[in-house]
Design a protein around this ligand. Sequence first.
Ligand code: PLP
Length: 349
Amino acid sequence: MELKKTFAAATMLAGTMTALSFMSAGAAQAQAQGELVMYCGVQEEWCRAMTTAFERETGIKVSMTRKSAGEVYAQVKAEAANPRADIWWGGTGDPHMQAAEEGLTVEYKSPKLGELQDWAVRQWEQSKQRTVGIYSGALGFGYNTDLAKSNNIAEPKCWADLLKAEFKDEVQVADPNSSGTAYTLLATIVQIMGEDKGFEYLKALHKNVNQYTKSGAAPAKAMALGETTAGIAFMHDIVTMVVDKAPVKVVAPCEGTGYEIGSMSLIKGAKNMDNAKKFYDWALTADAQKLGADAKSYQVPSNKSTPIPPQSPKLSDIKLINFDFAKYGSSAERKRLLSKWDNEVKNLP
Ligand code: PLP
């Protein structure tokens, strides 16, 4: 009996030691392969899926932080003298373009560049090789069909419909200072209507806005939960709610709409630049780009061989404007429009 107990204890101990030695081998591999610090601009679920898959494939330990596009830009700028991050993956292209122009990110020509759609390569060319397109998606809005029905609100089809009195306190959108989505709205409205009429529109919209959120996808979630009737967001972010069976309808605005080129940049002065380049090349592969749809993110991938998820809003069915990424991603224009929005729209009663 005693002998059996001793044997069992010894077996357990041996098992534990084997597990420990496996763990330390794993840790040693991660140690040997080093680390990578990533700022991630897409939805948290997709950020985590990318982190886990890359760690598994390479043994490189990734420290990931999710933030909205404008926030990542501000952080990268604040840390420029002593950068903490190595790579900025995802989020709307405009702040990536601004960072490129301000020399916060560096040139890189990936061997995978030839596998990408033209719009992704154009982003790389326009930024003087400092940022590259990883996905694309159109801006739009959505509405909660249950709330619209119970409040007798007719189906909104156009940007103009969101100004109607019946949407008083019923529209949610993010703050363009923090959110890439909301900056895309600001730049889109100015491009569709012209600057004067565009700001008139944004001031009128302000009367119907119940909250400016920090993150761009938050209004889609609030709409799904019935906290707001309408929400402005990327159409693919609203599709995620529909896939989760929320009573929400996605709208491609009748006047036309803007779109994003989600981007990726290497941080100047990165402490783990070799690993950052490994991630960069890997993130452009067809297989890595499939992870978006698996994490219920339905953007259009930039690798030509990655299948477009069937749930993705069809860009060819949407009236897309000819979005001027060079202009609206330029440092001077982005700063000017944001401060104008702060002064003329945000602080209105
Ligand atoms: N979520 C998804 C899936 C996106 O594609 C993007 C933009 O690239 C965002 C969120 C934007 O986030 P935010 O508006 O918070 O910067």
